[in-house]
Design a binder for this molecule. Structure first.
Ligand code: F6R
Length: 602
């Protein structure tokens, strides 16, 4: 989740870097840094916290003449957010910045340490610069040294390196993390997405995985495993908003598609092969804790409800969930053996913030799960886990919900691991399922086209019931909320087994039932519940890996290995259904009427 900017040319470099990083700051903001080579000499500035701190630190500096420069804004994966861990990382005479994770860094680091290299940071990134300099020392040729370095790296990376060994050059490599090269005449820019270069450059080349090379003034050489290759530049849009939508019609649509990728970032450095790690948590947070209370609103409340099943099932700890606006006035009984968790995308929701303050006044330890660092809720909490979804622009929350739910699943497992309530076999199986989740979140053309076609039959009727059991009940609530927010149609989420206690009276052909029928969780039970509705002529849209004869419409899901994997796959289906219905109704998908992205009033 880090941001990268680079530039070669005669223009003032500090402003190019700082302005570019400003565009990317939403991706990571626990520290930032820049490095430049001017008159063959390296200079660098780093600071922790927001970019503003770096701006203050560099206030009296301006670059002069032709030069090369790189800048980075960081979201910590290896090592805490300190100045030493901030990029760029320095060797003896070179600097590197990097986005991603070098999986084999420990092996390279051990080798370098054995050779007497001194490491300043705890990051995986620092190995790149030292390994480059080791190669440089051996063969005396900077590009060859870089090439050998790239060949050795395993994992995901987008990296830029500058060195006094080649003071007019930027070396670049990309594998698994995004990076582009942009051009304006002889000026060359690098960035991890196009917003920093829009308005500065006119042409762009989006690097492919496995590509690397070097750039000097007006000259870019590109290579892959087969040697040097040519590439074609394309025109770069001048429209920032259009570019931010990446070709999607709406931000919400883009964010639904992004879920598969951001989930990888949520797990990065936290979900290891056999354990869950949260560097941001101190174990004292859990000392003496016998119960969990979660407060949240709206979509965040639905992720909380989902997690209550997981905390009790996996970590064997009692978990109650409350809507923050209700909690505030109920004169709740709070005991200090309860960990108070708040969940919020924005970190600014007034009701949730106030609930947190109440819990703190009662002496409870607090943890927030949030997408915005330094937000009020994060600042107010004893500890925070960031969801790393990236900025969410669509008012109807999608990727924030997905990443909140993933963090909560990870946290339940983490607590289970620390309290020894999960066996190592179960832990491994859960981790295996987690790592599988990004796949289940991929939106295929076929699925999207099917939901587009099918949506035309769901534009009227007297209401929608989304039904599910267990963790699929909160998902039903969330599916219904998504639909009502952007379609303005009446929709309710209901526990499937509860329909017979009243709501089934509404059943007729104009009652649309969206049935979440996972194979791995109470399939026969929910099947009976849906059969009861079908017998009363309700129109059924079934979502399941198992074909269901009574369905009027059917979406067949692909994965049936683990309930959470089914959960995430079905979540995407409900999000796309809401989107397509809203589009057909001609509504403003990204800014639905009467809603706001951040609800800072009571
Ligand atoms: C629905 C939605 C809202 C928010 C709610 C809480 O799509 O986004 O229901 O979930 O307003 O907001 P946060 O999560 O920012 O506290």
């Amino acid at each position: 989740m880090c941001g990268i900017v680079g530039y070669i040319g005669p223009k003032e470099k500090k402003e190019i870097l700082l302005e570019g990083l400003q565009e990317l700051e939403y991706r990571g903001y626990d520290s930032a840094g820049i490095a430049l080579i001017e008159n063959d000499t390296l200079k660098y500035f780093k600071s922790i916290g927001k970019l503003e701190n770096l701006r203050v630190k560099t206030k009296n500096y301006t670059s002069e003449g032709f030069g090369v420069c790189i800048g980075h804004t960081r979201w910590a994966t290896h090592g805490k957010p300190t100045e030493l861990n901030a990029h760029p990382h320095l060797g003896a005479y070179s600097f590197v910045i990097h986005n991603g994770i070098i999986e084999n860094y420990q092996e390279i680091k051990d080798e370098l340490l054995a050779g007497g290299v001194n490491f300043l940071s705890q990051t995986d990134t620092e190995t790149i610069v030292h390994y480059f300099e080791k190669n440089c020392k051996r063969n005396g040729h900077a590009f060859e040294a870089f090439q050998q370095t790239v060949e050795r790296l395993q994992g995901a990376y987008a990296t830029l390196l500058i060195s006094e060994a080649a003071p007019d050059t930027i070396f670049f490599a990309k594998n698994g993390s995004p990076m582009l090269i942009a051009f304006d005449g002889d000026d060359v820019y690098f960035a991890s997405s196009d917003s920093p270069v829009i308005g500065r450059a006119t042409e762009v080349y989006y690097l492919e995985d496995g590509e690397y090379g070097y750039a000097k003034a007006g000259e870019v050489k590109l290579f892959d495993e087969n040697g040097e290759k040519s590439f074609t530049r394309q025109a770069l849009t001048a429209d920032k908003v259009l570019a931010q939508k990446d070709g999607y019609r709406f931000f919400m649509e883009k964010e639904i598609y992004e879920q598969s990728r951001v989930m990888g970032e949520t797990m990065m450095g936290r979900v290891l092969d056999e354990s869950i790690v949260f560097d941001e948590l101190d174990n004292s947070l859990f000392e003496g804790i016998k119960a969990i209370k979660i407060c949240a609103c709206g979509t965040s409340y639905h992720s909380a409800l989902t997690s209550a099943y997981l905390f009790e099932r996996i970590a064997k700890v009692r978990c109650d969930v409350e809507i923050a606006s209700e909690f505030r006035y109920k004169e709740p009984l709070l005991t200090k053996d309860t960990l108070f968790i708040t969940i919020s995308q924005s970190g600014e929701t007034a009701d949730t913030l106030e609930a947190l303050k109440m819990a703190k006044r009662a002496g409870l330890k607090s943890l927030s799960i949030c997408n915005v660092d330094n937000s009020s809720i994060v600042r107010e909490s004893d500890a925070a886990i960031l969801t790393r979804a990236g900025i969410e622009k669509g008012v109807a929350s999608t990727k924030a919900f997905a990443t909140q739910t993933m963090v909560l699943w990870m946290l339940a497992l983490y607590m289970g691991q620390e309290r020894a309530t999960v066996s190592s076999a179960r832990l491994k199986a859960e981790i295996g399922a987690m790592l599988h989740t990004p796949k289940a979140l991929i939106v295929t053309d076929e699925l999207h086209a099917k939901l587009h076609r099918l949506s035309k039959r769901y534009l009227h009727g007297h209401g929608f019931f989304f039904i599910g059991r267990d963790i699929f009940f909160p998902l039903a609530l969330e599916g219904a909320l998504k639909l009502k927010e952007i379609s303005y149609l009446h929709a309710e989420g209901y526990p499937a087994g509860e329909m017979k206690h009243g709501p089934i009276a509404l059943a007729d052909s104009e009652l649309f039932t969206i049935a979440l029928m996972p194979k791995t969780m109470h399939y026969d039970k929910i099947k009976s519940n849906v059969e009861e509705l079908s017998a009363r002529d309700a129109t059924i849209l079934a979502i399941s890996p198992e074909p269901f004869k009574l369905a009027d419409d059917f979406i067949q899901t692909q994965y049936s290995s683990h309930p959470m994997v089914e959960f995430f796959e079905m979540m995407v289906v409900t999000q796309l259904l809401a989107l397509e219905i809203s589009v057909r109704l001609g509504n403003d998908v990204d800014m639905p009427r009467n809603l706001a992205k951040s609800v800072t009033v009571e």
